[in-house]
Design a protein around this ligand. Structure first.
Ligand SMILES: [Zn+2]
Length: 301
């Protein structure tokens, strides 16, 4: 039985290298790991077809976490794929069944951009949802995926390790990195950024037999140890950079421009185009995430 893993570029807002999904297939059934937002469903299904996979073969829709760029398409996809089941973290499940809180919190961040960015987010019927837990193994499409609880970026985050190939479908816990570069940017949105939990998740990943990281933003990288070390170092150095600014009470907009200046200088030194990272993890959410983290941790208002 021939099994394969294919990267699908969802071409978010018409941009390549922003959001990826992964197709797992064994010739009899298929699974998607990460389904992207509802706004890219047509791109997703066209790409699956172009890979020679009839869409009815897709039986498993697995998401690393419920943020709209990773899971927003689930409700619509389940309508189109009556045989498919969605897989999610226990904390994420209620917010897929009733997305009203997810949508109102995203609405506060994205305002009138919501529809254009994310499309129409439909609820996921509870009976189509399978809640999965840390340490479970899922047998899907000829692959065995180990569920790895990995909080930090969000509490409702899992990564999935394909044990045969050593491929970790990392979601956002392993950061954002563009193909052809070494630079790793930490995506640190509010409200759940938890740096200590994220560090513990990275330690956990280092203990697993991971041979390649399949990132949602964007692509597959094989220098696993170096990549994770760089992510952790930057997560912490940006925390140190933002702390005094938050303590001084600088407005969020100022924090954002200070951090983007700092981060972009790091990237230019390496000859990396900073804007290529902004669709995967923009400085606005990164700054808001650190601001909220520090205010909570330091007891500031
Ligand atoms: Zn996310």
């Amino acid at each position: 039985m021939q099994t394969r893993i294919e990267l699908i570029d969802l071409n978010f807002l018409g941009y390549p290298l922003a959001i990826a999904g992964y197709l797992l297939d064994d010739g009899e059934e298929s699974a998607l790991v990460e389904v992207g937002p509802a706004s890219t469903i047509t791109n997703l299904l066209n790409h699956v077809q172009a890979l020679g996979v009839p869409m009815e073969r897709i039986r498993h829709l697995i998401v690393t976490h419920i943020h709209l760029d990773h899971a927003g398409a689930l409700g619509s996809l389940l309508q189109r794929l009556p045989e498919a089941t969605a897989y999610v973290h226990p904390i994420g499940a209620p917010h897929l069944i009733d997305p009203s809180r997810l949508l109102s919190s995203a609405g506060r961040l994205y305002g009138e951009m919501m529809e254009r960015l994310w499309g129409e987010v439909l609820p996921v019927p509870a009976e189509r949802l399978r809640v999965v837990h840390d340490g479970e193994r899922l047998s899907v499409a000829g692959h065995t995926l180990l569920v790895v609880e990995t909080p930090g970026h969000a509490r409702h985050h899992h990564a999935y390790l394909d044990e045969a190939s050593g491929t970790l479908f990392a979601g956002d816990v392993a950061g954002v990195r563009m193909p052809g570069t070494t630079y790793v940017r930490p995506p640190t949105p509010p409200p759940e950024l938890d740096i200590e939990a994220w560090q513990a998740s990275l330690s956990k990943l280092r203990s697993l037999p991971i041979r390649r990281l399949a990132l949602t933003h964007f692509g597959i990288f094989e220098d696993v140890g170096r990549h994770l070390d760089e992510l952790e170092a930057r997560l912490l150095s940006w925390a140190e950079f933002t702390r005094p600014l938050v303590e001084q009470g600088v407005p969020d907009t100022e924090l954002m421009s200070a951090l983007s200046e700092y981060g972009n200088a790091e990237m230019r030194q390496l000859g990396v185009d900073p804007s290529s990272y902004d669709l995967g993890a923009g400085y606005e959410l990164i700054a808001l995430g650190y601001a909220r983290y520090w205010r909570k941790k330091l007891g500031l208002r």
